[in-house]
Design a protein around this ligand. Structure first.
Ligand code: AMP
Length: 217
């Protein structure tokens, strides 16, 4: 199964994706996590992506598509794959369709997570993430057991610099301008499409998420 999690930054896609990937034994492909890893490792991609990420802008499509292709090549063809934060533009969605088609796959399900801007801004200000395993916490709603440490792997949690208020505002504008059109793109594609209200507790959202994935078979 190839599943796409759509929705604005900070809506909780990452938290939900990590949980479902654990439960299904699926590959969780977060382009944001892959780019942050490339930056930490100081690769050429990491260096090229840096200025876009710091400004809250999108990294150019061709860099993202190459990154995803390379990453998918290392994942078994019959594995479940959860895309989180990708695709973010129509060009990326079209590119993904082609990559999947070339390997006899297609997008099996799209889930859109929705929440009001105020909720998103508050969540991002409290968000802490683990650079090691991608787990996400929130100091207000879902704190780790030990402050500053990841429950899953013991890694040191970080507050992302692009979660600063001015950058968050730009990321939300970019979402509206460049990523929101994918809702119409996927609704027209014929792939099963579900909307989930994400301004609720993590468990409630997860129950609906799991239900919608199971309904898709
Ligand atoms: P995220 O962790 O998904 O919020 O992504 C953090 C930042 O990485 C974004 O604000 C973009 O600068 C960049 N990024 C992540 N995924 C993509 C993508 N699919 N297309 C373009 N830029 C991306």
């Amino acid at each position: 199964m190839v599943l796409i999690l759509l929705g604005p930054p900070g809506v909780g896609k990452g938290t939900q994706a990590v949980r479902l990937a654990d439960e299904l034994g699926a590959a969780h492909v977060s382009t944001g996590d892959l780019l942050r890893a490339a930056r930490r490792e100081g690769t050429e991609l990491g260096l090229r992506a840096q200025k876009y990420m710091d400004a809250g802008e999108l990294v150019p499509d061709h860099l993202i598509l190459d990154l995803v292709k390379e990453h998918l090549a290392g994942i078994a063809r019959d594995a479940h794959v959860l895309f989180d934060g990708f695709p973010r533009t129509t060009a990326q969605a079209t590119g993904l369709d082609q990559v999947l088609k070339d390997s006899g796959r297609r997008v099996d399900r799209v889930v859109l997570f929705e929440a009001p801007d105020e909720t998103i801004v508050q969540r991002l200000s409290g968000r802490r993430s683990c650079p090691e395993c991608g787990a996400v916490y929130n100091t207000y709603f879902s704190p780790p057991k030990v402050e500053g440490k990841c429950d899953r792997c013991g890694g040191d949690l970080v507050h992302r610099s692009d979660d600063a208020p001015a950058t968050v505002k730009r990321r939300l504008d970019v979402y509206r301008e460049q990523t929101a059109p994918l809702v119409a793109f996927y609704e027209a594609s014929g792939a099963p499409f579900a909307r989930i209200r994400a301004d609720r507790g993590v468990d409630e959202v997860y129950a609906d998420f799991l239900g919608s994935v199971e309904a898709a078979g």
